[in-house]
Design a protein around this ligand. Structure first.
Ligand SMILES: [Zn+2]
Length: 375
């Protein structure tokens, strides 16, 4: 059986989970069919006409980009616009398009972390940590079935912390109900109030595991109508993702030495420097893409300099007032570094999960080098 689009998506989303994406973002499947067969995967930072040309020519049927095809609501898809023509072309050639955007920025092994690694930073921390949301789930099950229900829930991911599994609390009590006409009760008779010895099983569930846990719970529970409470908690799991990274250089550098290092590591001939020049640089914050407005946050976190893209004049002015230096390497250069890691991950999954794709069937199209250059 050939590899399907949804299998690749499932693998990607188990890592760069969709709920990490910002509310304004449009990450996910952009164009295509989740059940489509996948024979060749192309990775690129942006979807452009020439990227699609080369994908079609190479027989690729799945294009994965960092930036979504569009971020705004579109009301018509006709070939009068570039967007409509692009969508029509992708459909005509059976090419699906998927974007990993702000979820890829934040996840471990994503844009921020790879950019920091490229600059040789160590002791990495998340600049803006985001702990995962989780839910409290309490279900009432007849005593003899409670163990099986709890086992099914934990098997699907309930009660899991980073270093603990199968966490739950159980209390014994009496459940009461009256089956009405039309019911098919597991115990009790129509129109009679029934009391049953039950266990209340309480556990926590990460948001990402919720659908699987609820369906496992309902599957394992003997009752026709399962009584359960589900509510979102204010407490969060320890952060394992978030925007930007902050870390230390191996040795202290001057501002000039640091800018040279950044250019060399990212293969640039130039970089724009703003804010207030640092005398000595040891602690460095990085934010892929447009992160110049986070200079103040980087300063508070202890950074001597922020490396990012898209700095405007007034961002530099604000950074100057905050007393931090900013190195703008360009949006493209700050993000394109992640594509190699994405490729490595997918090739590894192809080999471990038996996707039937050779390494050459998953590759980065780096011929498109962004929209801006310093000439
Ligand atoms: Zn970007």
């Amino acid at each position: 059986m050939s590899l399907k689009c949804w299998q690749v998506i499932k693998h990607l989303e188990s890592w760069a989970r969709p709920e990490l994406a910002e509310n304004w973002d449009n990450a996910g499947l952009q164009v295509g069919d989740r059940n489509q067969a996948v024979n060749r995967i192309v990775l690129a930072l942006d979807v452009e006409t020439d990227v699609i040309d080369r994908a079609i020519a190479a027989g690729a049927d799945f294009v994965i980009t960092h930036h979504p095809l569009t971020m705004s609501a579109v009301s018509r898809f006709t070939t009068d616009s570039w967007l409509g023509r692009t969508i029509a072309r992708l459909c005509r050639h059976g090419v699906s398009l998927y974007a990993l955007h702000t979820n890829l920025d934040k996840v471990a092994g994503g844009v921020g972390e790879i950019l920091a690694d490229r600059l040789g930073l160590t002791d990495l921390k998340i600049l803006l940590p985001e702990g995962e949301k989780f839910y409290k789930l309490a279900v009432f099950a007849p005593f003899e079935h409670s163990e099986a229900v709890l086992k099914a829930m934990c098997g699907a991911g309930a009660g899991r912390f980073p270093n603990y599994s199968d966490c739950s609390f159980q209390s014994r009590g009496i459940g009461q109900f009256r089956p009405l006409a039309g019911a098919n009760p597991f115990v009790g008779r129509i129109a009679e109030v029934e009391s049953v010895e039950e266990m209340k099983l309480e556990t926590i569930v990460r948001k990402r595991d919720l659908p699987a846990v609820l369906s496992a719970m309902l599957e394992a529970h003997p009752y026709e109508e399962v009584a359960y409470d589900l509510y979102q908690l204010e407490n969060r799991l320890p952060a394992d993702a978030g925007l930007g990274r902050i870390g230390r250089l191996q040795a202290r550098l001057t501002a000039g030495q640091f800018v040279s290092l950044v250019k060399e590591r990212l293969g640039l001939t130039a970089a724009v420097v703003g804010g207030r020049l640092a005398d000595r640089i040891e602690t460095v914050a990085v934010v892929g893409g447009s992160g110049a407005t986070l200079a103040g946050k980087a300063k508070i976190a202890g950074a001597d300099v922020l490396v990012t893209g898209d700095m405007k004049y007034h961002d530099a002015q604000e950074a100057y007032r905050q007393g931090i230096m900013v190195v703008d390497v360009g949006h493209f250069a700050s993000e394109t570094v992640v594509l190699g890691e994405l490729c490595r991950r997918l090739r590894q999954a192809a080999s471990e999960e038996g996707w039937g794709l050779a390494d050459g069937d998953i590759y980065v199209d780096d011929a498109f080098a962004g929209y801006m250059k310093i000439w």
